[in-house]
Design a binder for this molecule. Structure first.
Ligand code: GAL
Ligand code: ZN
Length: 667
């Protein structure tokens, strides 16, 4: 069997632990760490993420002795190690001796050492030096019994605009376009006299007097994601050549610079870092959306939460702590949505450095703290859930999200910068989440047969092939919902001519002719005969002038009386188009209709506000994100697997409480 998350969870159950940076502490503290880890049920720690300078104090020198002791200690304590390549933060000697390894921003400013992440993905020196240290690391530890998996780099996202990168960008473009003519056409260089007569003229988008060519920038975004993937793969291949342990790198959720769809197949384990903003009223739903994305990237299989925080982070302007119960709630939310590991940044709070004020599993105040007690209680509780590892989450609904389209949709100089791809995604996700409808993320090119309902909140770039596939899928019985500003551009970023959205016009049974951003919000009314029982809804910022061409008009803009929402019965399926940004009530009412068309229901008939419900394997997770006690009704009998309490027809949830139920009958 291929190495994967199961390789790590087999015999261990759900993974619990965190980033462990013992190099920040004298060795006597390590002993205490090991004892505390055991007591807290820690079974996995990530070691060495930022230890390049400690492993290679000067170019070519090696000091592995301390790491030997750390790994031996962890092994003795029964804690497995996710051993990291240290390549996210080269030591100062690298930038000092080889300044070309330092990244350069759009304006030509060098980003110096003194923080982290200061490396250029195109630098041959960085590449060579990083692969040397990775080679020595894997040589030394491939067979160490503590090592259960590999962690490459950290949160890839570096970008560099230097001349070395320019040369690599040209190579990448040559492979994509073959000829300069092709490139000139793709970039539309007849505009503003941008014609290239020689490959050598081509540059990364650098600071320029005015708006830079959007097709150039789109290819640049693709290239940057690929260039980082290349570094990841180079390190991964060294690990794989010498070790059969699974390899991961940690993602950052809906992180724009890196196309995780193209990365995911290259990894043995999908892992993510998630730090909710507690000041955001929708943060629990955003967490759920992000977790669903990770599960989807993992091919609808388990993934792991590599980093979260036990309390406050230190990098927002004002860092809210987590109330009691919150860390457990967030962690179990990830488990409910397919995580087989819930780990933290970091094990022990740093006393020095840029993250002194970041919470940790062991705060500076020590283990005799409520924070650590919560950690320990949670770790021990997870041991009761070991049978959850490996089980799957099923979804009938897919939300489409595509990095290429995201990049292109948010270029400068568009009709309105109030259209945000992630906000639209969240807006459509929210009412599904509230209803306990489980959602996968997918792309238009994904296999969609498993789904009854597919929602594309924002799909600015859509190739003809993908549009044809969506059309065929609706014809065969699928229910498709398309949000505004979709189906407008081809993969080069060129807009289609004719009424929009050209490639979806047939399936949607409507077409449009103009974008009409508005200031603030405006009212929309449901058409009488459509059976919506509210008078209407409000929409904000954005309208389009569209007409029905076979579709039924469901709602109209009150100012123009032109259609705002259309619904088209097409073949055996239905296709909706939403020509605006409806408010939460509007989207909620619409979601009820989408679900009805698709014959999809939530996991329970009704859910109180702030309660999340999701089924994983044969367990039903109920998570109360609210501050009050709530009862959640369900039919039949169940047993709470954490407490062993039998339940009839419903469960009581304390504030931030979680119930994990095995149901006997009904649902
Ligand atoms: C992550 C990073 C960690 C740590 C953490 C703090 O982005 O991977 O190393 O910096 O944030 O929240
Ligand atoms: Zn560079």
């Amino acid at each position: 069997m291929k190495p994967g998350l199961h390789t790590v969870t087999d015999g261990r159950g759900l993974l619990f632990g965190g980033d462990y940076n013992p190099e920040q502490w004298p060795e006597h503290v390590w002993e205490e760490d090991a004892a505390l880890m055991r007591a807290a049920g820690v079974n996995l720690v990530t070691v060495g993420v930022f230890s390049w300078g400690r492993l290679e104090p000067a170019p070519g020198e090696r000091d592995f002795a301390w790491l030997d002791r750390v790994l031996d200690l962890m092994h003795g304590a029964g804690v497995a190690v996710d051993l990291a390549t240290p390549t996210a933060s080269p030591p100062p000697w690298m930038g000092h001796r080889w300044p070309e390894t330092l990244p350069v921003d759009e304006s030509g400013t060098t980003l110096w050492y003194g923080a982290r992440n200061q490396w250029c993905p195109s630098s041959p020196v960085y590449r060579a030096r990083s692969l040397e240290i990775v080679t020595d690391l894997v040589e030394r530890y491939a067979d160490h019994p503590a090592v259960a998996m590999w962690h490459v780099g950290n949160e890839y996202g570096q970008v560099c605009h230097c001349d070395l990168t320019a040369a690599n960008f040209r190579r990448w473009l040559t492979a994509r376009y073959r000829t300069l003519d092709e490139l000139n056409t793709a970039w539309g260089t007849t505009f503003w006299s941008q014609h290239y007569s020689d490959w050598a003229e081509i540059l990364p988008p650098r600071t320029a007097p005015y708006i830079v060519n959007p097709s150039q920038r789109l290819d640049w975004a693709r290239f940057c994601s690929d260039a980082l993937l290349d570094q990841f793969k180079a390190e991964r291949d060294l690990l794989r050549a010498r070790s059969d342990k699974p390899v991961t790198t940690n993602y950052m959720g809906l992180f724009k610079p890196v196309d995780y769809w193209s990365w995911a197949p290259e990894q043995d384990i999908i892992s993510n870092d998630w730090y909710p903003d507690l000041a955001d009223p929708r943060f629990p739903a955003r967490a759920a959306l992000t977790h669903d994305l990770m599960r989807s990237l993992a091919g609808r299989k388990p993934w792991m939460l590599m980093e979260q925080s036990t309390g406050a982070v230190n990098w927002r302007p004002h860092n809210l702590p987590k109330p009691a119960g919150q860390l457990r709630l967030e962690s179990l939310q990830a488990v409910a949505r397919g995580a087989d590991g819930v780990c933290y940044f970091q094990w022990r709070q740093s006393a020095f450095g840029a993250e002194r004020f970041h919470s940790a599993m062991v705060p500076l105040a020590g283990p005799d703290t409520t924070a650590h007690e919560e950690v320990r209680a949670h770790g021990l509780e997870l041991q009761q859930l070991s049978a959850v590892a490996g089980t799957e989450v099923r979804a009938d609904v897919a939300l489409l999200h595509d990095w290429n389209s995201w990049w292109a949709a948010e270029e400068r100089a568009r009709p309105s910068d109030r259209l945000s791809v992630v906000e639209q995604l969240t807006d459509y996700y929210y009412p599904l989440w509230q209803r306990g409808v489980t959602v996968d993320l997918a792309r238009a090119s994904s296999e969609l047969l498993a789904y009854q309902l597919v929602i594309a909140p924002s799909l600015f770039v859509l190739s003809d092939e993908d549009a044809a596939a969506l059309t065929a899928w609706v014809r065969a019985g699928g229910v498709l919902v398309v949000g505004p500003f979709s189906g407008l551009a081809d993969p080069r970023g060129h807009l289609h001519t004719g009424r929009f959205p050209a490639p979806l016009r047939e399936v949607l049974g409507m077409s449009g002719e103009a974008w009409r951003p508005v200031d603030g919000d405006l009212s929309c009314s449901w058409r009488d005969e459509t059976g919506f029982n509210t008078s209407g809804f409000r929409a904000r910022d954005w309208t389009e002038t569209i007409r029905a061409e076979g579709a039924e008009v469901i709602a109209t803009f009150d100012d123009s009386h032109s259609p705002a929402v259309t619904r088209h019965e097409f073949g055996a399926g239905v296709a909706w188009y939403i020509a605006t940004l409806p408010d939460a009530d509007g989207l909620s009412a619409l979601t009820t209709r989408f679900l009805k068309d698709a014959g999809v229901e939530g996991v329970l008939h009704s859910l109180p506000p702030n309660v999340e419900a999701v089924r994983r394997g044969d367990l039903l997770f109920l998570l109360n994100h609210g501050d009050g006690t709530v009862s959640v009704p369900f039919d039949g009998d169940a047993v709470d697997v954490l407490t062993g309490t039998p339940l009839h027809d419903g469960a009581q949830l304390a504030p931030r409480g979680v119930a994990i139920l095995r149901q006997h009958s009904g649902a």
